[in-house]
Design a protein. Structure first.
Length: 420
């Protein structure tokens, strides 16, 4: 693989170790490395832990587990989740980042993880990226008591994988990887679900194809991966080879122009499987609006909100190279985001936003697409849109919209049978 034209930034990924559990220990004046504490709803034996202390992990207790699965011989403290407190602690950490780099060079990935692009700051501080990471981590420990790990790489992906795989095993809790480390450090990773962006479901599908290590994906036929998984297959191949063109500015995109968004607060708890139906229905609504207004999107935002018991959730956006109003393409992108960020909690809210809009006649050539096939799909979509506009949104429904978990029919009635 030729990496000569690949991005060569100085990216630092930082993660707070056992964040929620450590916050609870700090508030109680306890040492998370000697305290048996779990964050979970009290008096609920079937509750899922939100986090456990490093001490509990050393005893073999997983960070996410059911209370009844913890061995009875382990006596532990149960701390109820306090999201407002965790958010305040997270804000303190972000304020420390801002002492070193401008907010435009910070991507808040989650409540306890962040990416910093320090490329333009190394001369200012006269430090290496490694030394700067160490300074920031020490400052976090000094001012908040939180312990962090850090990965450093030439792009966001490599920094993230270095942090996830190696940083916690090093003396300073820092791991620095480069493109030259892909074959020796990326490729041996197994099981596949240890790799950022590959969930258990995707791992099972890849295992069925005989792919068990990241190197197996990196050396597989890219065209076959795309045929099997669509845009996700291309992403899998590129990520397995350490390729990532994304910049922090992509994630920090704030649209000043018009965007189309849709969110639903659900009437019951949904899980990973039945939420896919809701996501597909919402995408159908949004892409119909894009086509009606002769627009295509270049930024896709997606988020899930969890039930009251677990609180929290996530929202992330992704910039795409080829503008689109195709429902399947957008679903593939959102599916990959769901695989990456969903934490297996009950879901009560779904949000999707399509932004970075361009006119429908703005075409960007894609050598890998069959133009006639794309045009045929657009013609079919336009015909369906015309019928729905004339006879109402429920005049044509997919068979999946008749399923019990679907909200399409009722939602269409509430927002009106014709144009929205």
């Amino acid at each position: 693989m030729d990496y000569s034209n690949m991005p060569k930034r100085n990216i630092i990924a930082i993660d707070m170790k056992s964040f929620y559990a450590t916050c609870e220990c700090i508030d109680r004046g306890l040492d998370p490395y000697t305290t048996p504490l779990v964050v979970a709803e009290p008096n609920r034996n079937g509750a899922m832990t939100l986090a456990v202390t490093p001490y509990m992990k050393n005893l073999g207790v997983a960070g996410r587990t059911r209370i009844y699965e913890i061995p009875t011989k382990i006596k532990f403290i149960t701390a109820p989740p306090r999201m407002e407190y965790y958010i305040k602690m997270s804000q303190k950490v972000v304020s420390i980042y801002q002492e070193y780099v401008d907010i435009k060079d910070i991507h808040i990935y989650s409540i306890d993880e962040c990416f910093l692009d320090v490329t333009d700051y190394l001369k200012l501080y006269n430090k290496t990226d490694y030394a700067l990471a160490l300074d920031i981590m020490n400052k976090i420990k000094e001012e908040t008591g939180l312990i962090s790990t850090s990965g450093i790489g030439p792009n966001l992906l490599i920094a993230k994988i270095a942090m996830d795989i190696e940083a916690k095993h090093t003396k300073d809790n820092i791991a620095k990887w480069d493109y030259k480390d892909i074959e020796t450090k990326f490729w041996p990773i197994t099981p596949l679900s240890k790799f950022w962006g590959i969930g258990k479901r995707m791992e099972k599908n890849l295992n069925a194809m005989g792919l068990y290590k990241i190197g197996d994906i990196a050396n597989y036929d890219k065209a076959k991966l795309k045929k099997k998984f669509g845009v996700i297959g291309e992403e899998l191949f590129e990520h397995a080879n350490g390729i990532d063109y994304s910049r922090i500015s992509d994630f920090n995109h704030r649209t000043k122009d018009m965007s189309y968004g849709h969110s639903q607060v659900l009437y019951k708890d949904y899980n990973y499987d039945n939420i896919q139906l809701i996501i597909k229905e919402m995408i159908e609504v949004l892409t119909a609006r894009l086509r009606r207004h002769k627009k295509k999107a270049t930024v896709i935002g997606f988020g899930l909100g969890y039930s009251k018991t677990y609180k929290g959730g996530f929202y992330h956006s992704r910039k795409i190279e080829v503008p689109t109003n195709d429902a399947k393409y957008i679903y593939d992108i959102i599916y990959s985001m769901c695989e990456r960020f969903y934490e297996d909690y009950p879901i009560r809210k779904v949000s999707i936003n399509l932004a970075g809009l361009v006119d429908n006649n703005t075409e960007q050539l894609n050598l890998f697409e069959n133009y006639e096939k794309v045009q045929k799909k657009e013609n079919i979509n336009n015909a369906i849109d015309t019928i729905k506009d004339k006879y109402g949104k429920n005049s044509i429904l997919k068979a999946s919209s008749l399923l019990r978990d679907s909200t399409a029919k009722e939602r269409n009635k509430k927002i009106g049978g014709h144009r929205a």
